[in-house]
Ligand binder design. Structure first.
Ligand SMILES: Cc1ncc(COP(=O)(O)O)c(C=O)c1O
Length: 454
């Protein structure tokens, strides 16, 4: 059962307050930037601290107490992750990375030597696009008007090209839309391709079942990171098949990747060690294990149900605000709690600034590292896009098109969403309290509103 009060009390961040314009007392932080990074609950913080204070040592090649304990804890994390995503440990393994980007890059590396193109989509975060572009030909599957996947285009492109990898998001970081990853897996396999799922926005919000390796809907590779799943920053992972990992050249050759080396000869180890040169983020990986334990104890079905209810509530509130446009599906049945919107006549950066300084609401704004999708949703014309490019190349300040994003997490409440909706109504009616001065930031080539007077 989902005890929201108990869960909220597990997160020290929920006790923070900040001063706001127009109120005498500091106001509680309303954190709705879970899509960027989530905070750790107390049990995860404690596990992390315990490692630093009582088990801290390097893993695998030490025969002293601390190294044995540290190795034991570290090795359990792979089992925890495999269990969480239902991966078969006899055929697959977990590769540790710094973040999701590195995990996606590593997946691209594993298939780089194979012939064929990589099919990715217009929905992707740059991290599931640019690493593939750096490794060979990439073809993009289109998006529908509201940012969902164009399945007909996917099928067309699977037929038209010799595809080795379909790289698709498990949940859009812009609209929250959940592509049907198992349907895509089936299509990819029918055309002889592997599937890579970017699970950055999925891991902490919906249950994942990669299914058995011989299942037609098996997910071959899955990438995610702890900092979006209630663990600290600095630790991510790639799930994938040992046989593919073992056939690829080492990703980062170095200490820990070999069985035998002479000045002339190197005999590399099997995966996962084969690819992971140097000391991993041991504390971070242990914290990821603790965070997945925490989520599993709550139950991912309960997490999803809680966030689905809040998301539907938020969609109802936000779509009722005159002048506000919400992007993506209008029902939580096919999306997560990622809510991206624009407000007529109010620049996204100004709206996010007002939410912060007048309501202590933490959101994110801009293009969310998904320029192609944002330009598509905002209907940026090719001429506008070319002008923007020109300004940025010349280093001129530019009004970058974008939106505001509020993302729901485990400890958000209906009351917080009511405050968000109230704040957005005020902003849409242009009745905010402060005076905000537009600043051209030529270093970042963008407009910001960090100076204000009451
Ligand atoms: C869908 C998606 N993929 C990839 C990334 C990159 O994640 P990381 O910062 O862990 O590299 C993000 C980050 O926001 C994301 O939302």
């Amino acid at each position: 059962m989902f005890d929201s009060a108990k869960i909220r009390s597990d997160f020290p961040v929920t006790g923070l307050t900040f001063p706001v314009i127009g109120k005498p007392d500091p106001q509680p932080l309303i954190y709705m930037d879970h899509g960027a990074s989530t905070h750790a609950p107390q049990p995860v913080i404690e596990k992390y601290q315990k490692f630093l204070s009582s088990y801290y040592a390097n893993v695998h090649r030490g025969h002293h107490h601390l190294s044995i304990m540290s190795t034991d804890l570290f090795d359990q994390v792979s089992e925890i992750i495999l269990d969480f995503i239902h991966g078969d440990p006899s055929e697959n393994c977990i590769m540790y990375t710094q973040n999701t980007t590195m995990a996606l890059d590593m997946a691209g590396h594993m298939v780089e030597h194979l012939s064929g193109v990589t099919l990715t989509t217009l929905l992707e975060h740059h991290s599931n696009d640019l690493p593939h572009r750096a490794r060979g030909k990439v073809v993009h599957v289109g998006a529908t008007e509201d940012g969902t996947l164009d399945y007909a285009d996917l099928e067309r492109k699977l037929r038209a090209y010799h595809v080795k990898l379909v790289a698709v998001t498990g949940c859009s970081n812009v609209t929250g839309y959940y592509p049907e990853i198992h349907k895509i897996a089936r299509l990819a396999h029918e055309h002889g391709a592997y599937i890579l799922v970017d699970a950055a926005q999925l891991l902490a919000h919906n249950s994942i079942d990669v299914r058995p390796n011989d299942h037609p809907e098996h997910i071959d590779f899955l990438a995610a990171a702890g900092h979006k799943a209630y663990a600290p920053m600095g630790s991510g992972f790639l799930f994938g098949p040992k046989k593919v990992f073992d056939a690829a050249p080492p990703y980062m050759p170095g200490g820990g990747t070999v069985k035998y080396v002479t000045a002339e000869d190197v005999f590399f180890d099997k995966s996962p060690d084969r690819h992971q040169g140097g000391t991993p983020n041991i504390a971070g990986a242990i914290a990821v294990g603790a965070a997945l334990h925490y989520l599993k104890d709550i139950g991912m079905d309960h997490v999803r149900e809680h966030e689905r209810e809040l998301t539907d509530f938020a969609i109802g509130k936000l779509t009722a605000i005159p002048g506000l446009t919400l992007y993506g599906p209008k029902t939580a049945a096919t999306k997560s709690g990622v809510l991206t919107f624009t407000i007529d006549g109010v620049y996204h950066e100004l709206a996010a600034t007002i939410l912060n300084y007048e309501y202590a609401i933490a959101t994110r704004n801009g293009c969310f590292c998904a320029h192609p999708l944002l330009h598509h949703l905002l209907k940026v014309t090719p001429e506008e896009s070319a002008l923007l490019r020109d300004q940025l190349v010349k280093g001129e300040a530019a009004k970058i098109p974008g939106a505001i994003r509020a993302t729901i997490g485990l400890y958000n409440t209906r009351e917080e969403i009511e405050v968000l909706a109230e704040a957005l109504s005020v902003i849409a009616a242009r009745q905010w309290r402060g005076n905000y001065t537009e600043k051209q930031d030529t270093d970042l080539c963008r407009t910001s509103y960090y100076e204000f007077t009451i």
